[in-house]
Design a protein around this ligand. Structure first.
Ligand SMILES: [Zn+2]
Length: 455
């Protein structure tokens, strides 16, 4: 590892102050699902941006406001856009928390609090990285814009429209998002893309009421059988999605992407064991890494109908429904896939209703983006080891508005530990990763400014 810089020493000297400021932020709930503490959270985030010297304001929407700040130092220099979200998930179930979710507590080197990793500790690290730069070196080395969303945890319904309407405001050369965790092995990653997601429900109806299975079995249609047969036409035993037309929309992985995904396999075997599995569903051609992030998945999240209580009940149910989600990969579009689902259902099980429950598009930045090298250098400088390159993450984040609407590369640089327990009780972030995040955030400013591939 190289000798500590002025910024490393600054972050070390301000450890307690930075933690205090994180804790003050974490004490404000900010739950977008039902609105508790949202206005206060937005005001607090605004104060943080102003405190870092940004020209900041709230951008109201019909939902939660966006919080936006900028420091424009020189139009000839590159512009870095940093995205984060100030809303958090509900804390339920409260009885499973070992300390109150909105009273941050340090145990065993970890900060426990709702929203510490997802996402306040991560975007605050960027804000403190800007402050560290300003206090140590003065003017920022590049232009910086920070966009904090207040509805990420409810699916970012206003992100696409806001970004489309704010193209000039948000114009930038590269976007960096710090959300999610590093690799299971503890090594940092750079994430180049995310899968999209399409959520929908299939609803089958039979008779006007539940029926006696002896009197009406094989006479009245059974909606559960209707769904079971329909679902069996949508994915085969090898895990390949067989919805009519679906395969043609999937962009093949490049050799480079396949190699990067293969490089992550060792750690992922460990992950498989950590969820109590000794073997995975087999697929003739696709590796574990490719299946976790490079190909679509089709999940039945719930299949409901009829009787599920103790003992037996000989009933022929009158309705059944399946909750499903499809994770999307480039070049799929949620609307196209939903239309495919509707056509497929109409052909194989006419009468079954398809109800959309929202979608997020996939996003991809090429591995050879000119901004990959400076981001890699920044992380390597702080970590002392090279980050792993992850062509895509299995989950979904609102990166699409940046890559498609703004047309800029979007790189994920997660600061949290892999076992952050986001969305779950006892969400946590390792104290050292919070401080390291601040140092990486400051190093990013320097490396991106120095590489300046756009100039
Ligand atoms: Zn989240």
């Amino acid at each position: 590892m190289t000798a500590p810089t002025d910024i490393d020493r600054y972050v070390e000297a301000h450890r307690q102050e930075h933690l205090d400021r994180l804790f003050a932020y974490l004490r404000i709930p900010g739950i977008s699902a039902h609105g508790a503490g949202m206005a206060e959270s937005a005001e607090h985030a605004l104060g943080l941006l102003r405190g870092a010297g940004l020209n900041a304001r709230l951008c109201p929407t019909v939902g939660a406001p966006f919080v936006y700040g900028e420091a424009l130092v020189d139009p000839a220099r590159p512009t870095l856009l940093i995205y984060g979200h100030y809303d958090v998930q509900p804390a339920d179930p409260l009885d499973l928390w070992h300390s109150p979710p909105f009273e941050p507590t340090i145990r065993n080197g970890r900060i426990y609090a709702r929203g510490v990793a997802d996402n306040r500790g991560q975007h605050l690290a960027h804000i403190l990285g800007l402050e560290a730069w300003r206090d140590c070196r003065g003017t920022l080395p590049l232009n910086v814009k920070v966009l904090l969303e207040g509805e990420e945890e409810v699916g970012s319904p206003r992100m696409p429209g806001f970004v489309a309407d704010s193209r000039d405001l948000l114009r930038a050369d590269v976007c960096v998002i710090s959300d999610g965790g590093v690799d299971d092995s503890g090594r940092s990653v750079i994430r180049f893309g995310v899968r999209g997601v399409l959520s929908f429900e299939l609803r089958a109806r039979g008779a006007a009421r539940d029926l006696h299975s002896g009197h009406w079995g094989e006479i009245a249609p059974n909606p559960i059988w209707t769904l079971v047969r329909l679902l069996a036409t949508m994915k085969n035993g090898a895990g390949v999605v067989t919805i009519d037309g679906f395969g043609e929309t999937v962009a093949p992985l490049s050799a480079e992407e396949r190699a990067a995904l293969a490089a992550m396999e060792g750690a992922q075997d460990e992950a498989l064991r950590s969820i109590g599995l000794s073997e995975m569903q087999q697929h003739p051609a696709r590796t574990l890494g490719e299946r976790r992030a490079g190909w679509p998945s089709f999940t039945i999240s719930g299949l409901h109908g009829g009787y599920g209580g103790p003992g037996s009940k000989t009933v022929l149910p009158c309705e059944a429904f399946a909750k499903c989600d499809i994770r999307l990969v480039p070049d799929q579009r949620a609307d196209d896939v939903l239309a495919m689902v509707r056509r497929h259902v109409a052909r194989h099980a006419p009468g079954v209703e398809v109800i959309s429950h929202g979608a997020m598009e996939p996003s991809k930045t090429p591995l050879d983006s000119p901004y990959a090298a400076p981001v890699r250098r920044a992380i390597a400088r702080v970590d002392g080891t090279e980050p792993m390159l992850l062509p895509a993450m299995g989950g979904s984040l609102p990166e699409y508005p940046f890559t498609h609407t703004l047309g800029i590369p979007c790189l994920g640089v997660p600061f949290a530990n892999a076992d952050e327990a986001n969305h779950a009780p006892n969400e946590n972030m390792e104290v050292k990763r919070f401080h390291r995040g601040i140092r990486i955030a400051a190093a990013l400013l320097e490396e991106i400014a120095a590489s300046s591939p756009s100039s």
